[in-house]
Ligand binder design. Structure first.
Ligand code: UD1
Length: 356
């Protein structure tokens, strides 16, 4: 019997992490063709993830990094259409909320190829975020919507999407269970930084609303510099560019480092006293490894982490960030919010049924 062909589209750092466990599960029943749009292209933002996750190199790399949103997305559409014409996929899979997600979704929808969205139904209800537009449009074009949480299912339902929805849990939890064990064996970053468990905070900032706004970025760095512990801050290329352009200093105890691979990141997360971030994935990983998280945004898609008492929204309010850091410590037990670690297998089984 001929194997059905699934085309997987990735492009940005978190998508390499999410696609890895799903690819492993798909490999026994499908032929998978992996397309990297090239949205992230630095070694430390892309290749290191492929080698750590033991993913085979992409079958196609479109080399589309940088540029404005329209230019980036438009060039992806042109190139994806060519590849889809050549490989004739039975289904296209996209992940999360980036420009690569939207480009994959639009191309599949226009070519009437069944579309599956992993991490469907997430909403911040902030339409000024490019990611929010990407999520909404992708969900409305999808045939299969793999939701990580009940909240995500409800969000879709309130937008009138009721077909093709499957609550499967979160593939990032699958990924975490697999990678944390490896990270614990392999890692040396804490030794290199001369830091021990609980002796530092970890910060990441990459959302355009923060990095591209001088006042917000200055407020974040100012607050981080006032914390009573050293702050390890792996700097995303977008943040580095803007900090350089504006000459925003990183004072106090801030330790600026290059973006780190996934194993180093997991080690830094698991051993931190506190995580301060504007990333969605990092908020969730903080919860999963049991570290308190201060979110440098006004709202979050991962609302369960807040109601569970492990995540606090501080925006870029300096006083609030410092006060939370010094005085707020979660007390509630952590429940399993993101599935049972077998989301990838569930997705595979649903795809098999769907493509019969
Ligand atoms: C993108 C996603 C965001 C995701 C994030 C993960 C969109 C709209 N945003 O944001 O949802 O959470 O990835 O990191 O898709 N750059 C480099 N080297 C790289 C990658 C990027 O220098 O390897 C530069 C780009 O040229 C650009 C800037 O960083 O100037 C931003 O990159 P871009 O891919 O537009 O978006 P991210 O900010 O990474």
């Amino acid at each position: 019997m001929n194997m059905k062909t699934i085309v997987t589209i990735v492009g940005a750092r978190p998508q390499f992490v999410k696609a890895a466990p799903v690819s492993r599960a798909l490999s026994s029943v499908f032929k998978e063709i992996l397309i990297h749009t090239g949205q992230h292209y630095d070694y430390g933002m892309s290749e290191v993830f492929f080698s750590e996750m033991e993913m085979r190199p992409p079958d196609f790399n479109l080399g589309i990094g940088g540029g404005s949103h329209g230019e980036q997305t438009g060039r992806m559409l042109i190139e994806l259409e060519k590849v889809f014409n050549a490989v004739k996929p039975d289904c296209v899979m996209v992940y999360g909320d980036t420009n690569s997600t939207l480009a994959g979704a639009l191309t599949a929808a226009k070519m009437q190829i069944p579309l599956a969205h992993v991490e469907a139904g997430l909403r911040s209800y902030n339409r000024s975020m490019p990611e929010e537009i990407n999520r909404v449009l992708t969900d409305h074009a999808s045939d299969l919507l793999f939701c990580p949480t009940q909240t995500a299912v409800q969000n879709l339902s309130s937008e009138g999407i009721r077909r093709g929805i499957h609550q499967v849990g979160d593939v990032m939890y699958d990924a975490l269970l697999h990678n944390l064990a490896l990270a614990r064996q392999k890692n040396a970053i804490l030794r290199d930084l001369k830091l021990g468990k609980g002796q530092y905070a970890l910060a990441t900032v990459h959302r355009a609303a923060n990095t591209d706004d001088r006042q917000r970025m200055s407020a974040i760095l100012d607050a981080l510099g006032r914390l009573s512990l050293p702050v390890v801050f792996p700097v995303h290329p977008r943040a580095r560019k803007m900090m350089g352009e504006w000459g925003i200093p990183a004072g106090g105890n801030i330790i600026l480092i290059e973006p780190v691979g996934h194993f180093d990141m997991l080690t830094l997360q698991e051993n931190a006293n506190c995580i301060l971030t504007d990333s969605g994935g990092v908020q969730k990983e903080a919860y999963l490894v049991g570290v308190r998280c201060i979110t440098l945004r006004e709202e979050t898609e991962w609302v369960e982490t807040v109601s569970a008492g492990w995540n606090s929204l501080a925006g870029v309010n300096k006083e609030k960030i410092v006060a939370l850091f010094e005085t707020w410590f979660p007390t509630q037990e952590r429940k399993l919010l993101y599935g049972d670690g077998h989301s990838s297998e569930k997705i595979t089984r649903i795809l098999v049924e769907f493509l019969k």
